[in-house]
Design a protein around this ligand. Structure first.
Ligand code: HEC
Length: 236
């Protein structure tokens, strides 16, 4: 009996100490101060196990479908490249200050570490407390699979091949306009014309100055409300 009450008092004291620590503000939430090693290790295991568990039962369609790939490139360039980079494209400045840092998706680790179903789940649901957004609420299933198809291709792509893919689709996007006058589903993306121009017209993407990059992120912000309407007229 005595042992049990001693144990309960110890637990109570730990809870009170924990509450005081949280309330005191001593914990530093700054993004430029890394987690303790132990916290990182626990988060890493939680992430791995969670992705594994939640992606169970998702079955991928054939990912070599050219249409899927085309739609994937069309979405990858404006939605993922800013944070993750792409062949020949550096991450934008803001992404370098994110904690955890968005990983480079052009290395083999993507294909080696994750199954297609796991990649789909990550893109669909995002990753809590990391800055990795959930794209499921705004995109259709085949669009998300298109992104998985792109991820599988990126590690073998040269910057020239990548630019050829996104350059071609970028032009379609610009000519189509925003509200589907042409009935072209590719036309309704949520990015300003200036951003597309900046993203697709530069001859040396790697050397783009930070000023241009900043204009791009501003373009993204201001085009956001208008862009949301595109979900309705997206045909693929
Ligand atoms: C705002 C920045 C941001 C954007 C935009 C973004 N991501 Fe991420 N993404 C992250 C961060 C940060 C992580 C790292 C999470 C972690 O370490 O747990 C991540 C992780 C991932 C991972 C897991 C990779 C790994 O090695 O752990 C995949 C796959 C991924 N993102 C795909 C995408 C795709 C595809 C898109 C576009 C549809 C995208 N991301 C857009 C920030 C972003």
């Amino acid at each position: 009996m005595r042992f049990i009450s001693g144990f309960l008092v110890a637990i109570l004291l730990i809870l009170i100490a924990g509450a005081l620590f949280v309330w005191s503000g001593a914990y530093n939430v700054a993004a430029d101060v890394p987690h303790w090693k132990a916290t990182s290790a626990v988060l890493e295991i939680a992430r791995e196990r969670s992705i594994d568990n939640h992606s169970d039962g998702i079955s991928p369609p054939p990912l070599d479908d050219p249409e899927l790939l085309e739609s994937g490139f069309h979405h990858f360039h404006p939605m993922c490249r800013m944070c993750h980079g792409a062949p020949g494209y550096e991450r934008l400045e803001f992404a370098k200050g994110l904690y955890p840092n968005p990983p480079d998706l052009t290395t083999d680790h993507i294909v080696e570490e994750f199954t297609d179903a796991q990649l789909y789940w990550i893109i669909e649901n995002g990753l809590k407390m990391t800055g990795m957004p959930a794209f499921g609420p705004t995109h259709k299933e085949d669009e998300l699979w298109g992104l998985v198809a792109v991820l599988k291709k990126l590690p073998q792509m040269t910057p020239e091949e990548y630019r050829a893919e996104v350059g071609a689709h970028g032009q379609e996007g610009q000519m189509g306009g925003h509200h589907g006058q042409t009935g072209d589903a590719n036309s309704g993306h949520s990015y300003g014309q200036e951003e597309q121009a900046a993203a697709f017209e530069s001859d040396s993407p790697q050397e783009q100055g930070s000023a241009r990059e900043e204009v791009q992120s501003e373009g993204t912000d201001s085009a956001q409300p208008e862009g949301h309407s595109h979900d309705d007229d997206h045909a693929h």
